[in-house]
Design a protein around this ligand. Structure first.
Ligand SMILES: CCCCCCCCCCCCCCCC(=O)SCCNC(=O)CCNC(=O)[C@H](O)C(C)(C)COP(=O)(O)OP(=O)(O)OC[C@H]1O[C@@H](n2cnc3c(N)ncnc32)[C@H](O)[C@@H]1OP(=O)(O)O
Ligand SMILES: NC(=O)C1=CN([C@@H]2O[C@H](COP(=O)(O)OP(=O)(O)OC[C@H]3O[C@@H](n4cnc5c(N)ncnc54)[C@H](OP(=O)(O)O)[C@@H]3O)[C@@H](O)[C@H]2O)C=CC1
Length: 445
């Protein structure tokens, strides 16, 4: 649509961990003289980030950017991107900034002199009932934003689990493995067969284009209407148009069976469970055992074993995600409704963030196809070959199961008189039934 779009963009190089964000003096000059709105989304989103690093990227960098923003002569609004899970230690989350027991500045100062192992030891005490350093540092960043809200005109956007696009630039666009995308891909490849999640818990996915549209609209509202205090927007779907992890599982599996990924390890067949014991059982039977067999095959054919390593990484990743897929939260979204009512009918269409119109089965199907096309760069024209591959895998499974059954049965028959008796009884019963069936069909003729 806009072939010269790049002429409208001036990239600024920066490094969040450096003093002054490592922005060159010339760039600082450009920014302070002509910026109207700041959208601050840079962050580390890794769940396993060491606390010191997460603080540096998510809290101190936000502090530095706020200082820079105060020098911006034309600034109308500062929009900070947080996460709906910043306060995931609460069940009901309002559109307010919740206080933390520790003052961010004091925490940063006290961690300064500690070495990495000391920080590692006190991290669980600091993050308390939050699951990771990511949600904790995002909550601290909100407090930092609040401290500056008297001086700057600000708003906070809190998206839940950001997923592929709903409509723009086109349905299903996605370019990374974060959040559910990696899980969907692993399930589509037949690697992931089980995950701990609650079938009935709300899966609060939010399409990335909805987040962007809402963020732009909030930028407009903050700049033009200048609310007295920083408004928080809980950018979620669960309270408005709920969909559950059990339904997601169903639609992901059905999409990948119809549109298989290339070179799947096994047929896609993942089940979610909230039971720890069932989960451990499937991990053993459906993950570790096939991985062991496959690695044995690789070793015997002179190749490097790799499947167990892949599964260990997968287990680490799903272990970090299960906190979010095993429970529900309730987010208040009054500010979202207010913002929607403030937009003109045309703006509401252009910056659509009304998730009541979202058709989940269609969205999940586009999402899965999007992971195939844009994350894995697979061609849709290869789908017949991928289906053929799945048929081959199904035949291998049938053959394997039959051989295993016969083998186990043979072992039983050889060792136990009772198994032999049962076997003869079943065989003679079948024989009698067949003879009776043949005799009765001859009589009717
Ligand atoms: C059918 C079932 C339905 C049920 C389905 C339930 C879904 C339930 C989702 C809940 C989702 C909550 C989300 C909370 C909402 C926020 O607040 S959003 C923030 C979201 N943040 C994230 O998702 C980040 C989570 N990821 C991480 O923390 C780290 O990647 C992990 C998981 C600790 C892994 O760390 P690592 O082992 O060091 O690996 P990492 O360096 O990250 O990646 C190495 C390579 O593997 C790739 N990779 C990373 N992850 C994956 C993956 N999952 N798969 C494949 N490749 C991957 C990377 O692209 C990278 O590739 P290269 O660049 O080397 O080519
Ligand atoms: N993904 C999700 O599900 C959710 C995300 N969010 C929030 O949305 C925002 C964007 O997240 P998302 O797009 O998913 O994450 P990404 O990791 O894709 O993007 C993070 C951005 O931060 C930049 N960045 C990271 N480290 C540094 C650094 N040291 N110096 C300079 N820039 C850096 C990255 O730059 P570069 O590309 O150059 O590496 C990248 O542009 C974050 O604030 C996150 O907390 C909130 C809720 C859910």
């Amino acid at each position: 649509d806009n072939p010269d779009f790049h002429q409208k963009i001036i990239p600024i190089s920066s490094e969040l961990t450096q003093p002054g964000l490592a922005i060159s003096p010339e760039d600082v000059q450009t920014l302070t003289s002509c910026i109207n709105i700041v959208f601050h989304c840079a962050a580390t989103i890794r769940f396993d980030e060491p606390l010191k690093h997460a603080l540096q990227l998510n809290v101190m960098a936000t502090q530095q950017l706020l200082s820079l923003a105060q020098q911006m002569q034309q600034l109308q609004a500062f929009i900070h991107i947080s996460t709906a899970y910043a306060n995931c230690n609460r069940r009901h989350i309002d559109e307010v900034i919740y206080p933390l027991p520790v003052e961010p500045k004091k925490l940063i100062d006290s961690l300064e002199w500690m070495d990495d192992s000391m920080v590692r030891d006190i991290t669980p005490h600091l993050i308390g009932d939050r699951p990771n350093t990511y949600t904790y540092t995002k909550a601290l960043a909100e407090c930092v934003v609040q401290q500056e809200s008297g001086r700057l005109n600000m708003a906070i956007i809190r998206p839940s689990i950001v997923g592929a696009s709903w409509q723009e630039p086109f349905p299903g666009w996605i370019d990374n493995f974060n959040g559910p995308s990696g899980v969907f891909i692993a399930a589509g490849k037949g690697i992931l067969r089980t995950m701990r999640a609650s079938n009935d818990a709300v899966a609060d996915l939010i399409p990335v284009d909805v987040v962007i549209n809402l963020t732009l609209a909030a930028g407009w509202y903050t700049a033009v209407h200048r609310p007295k205090s920083a408004l928080v927007y809980n950018c979620t779907t669960g309270g408005i148009n709920p969909f559950h992890w059990g339904e997601i599982e169903h639609h992901v599996m059905s999409t990948f069976k119809r549109n298989p990924l290339e070179q799947a390890f096994r047929r896609p067949n993942a089940n979610i469970t909230s039971s720890y014991l069932i989960y451990q059982y499937w991990i053993l039977v459906s993950h570790k055992f096939p991985a062991l067999l496959y690695d044995l095959f690789l070793r015997l054919s002179g190749q490097k074993p790799q499947m167990m390593r892949i599964f260990n990484r997968l287990h680490k990743a799903i272990g970090l995600l299960e906190y979010f897929s095993s429970q529900d939260w309730e987010w208040n979204s009054d500010n979202i409704n207010m913002l929607m009512n403030q937009l003109s009918a045309e703006d509401r269409r252009t910056f659509n963030f009304d998730v009541r119109q979202l058709n989940w089965p269609e969205y999940i199907e586009n999402y899965c196809i999007g992971t195939k096309k844009y994350v894995l760069n697979e061609d849709m024209s290869d789908i017949p070959a991928a289906r053929q591959h799945l048929r081959k895998l199904r035949n291998i499974r049938y053959t394997f199961n039959t051989v295993l059954l016969v083998f186990i049965w043979r072992v039983f028959i050889a060792r136990s008189q009772m198994a032999r008796n049962i076997w003869y009884f079943v065989v003679s019963l079948c024989y009698k039934f067949l003879s009776y069936f043949r005799a009765s069909s001859t009589l009717t003729q």
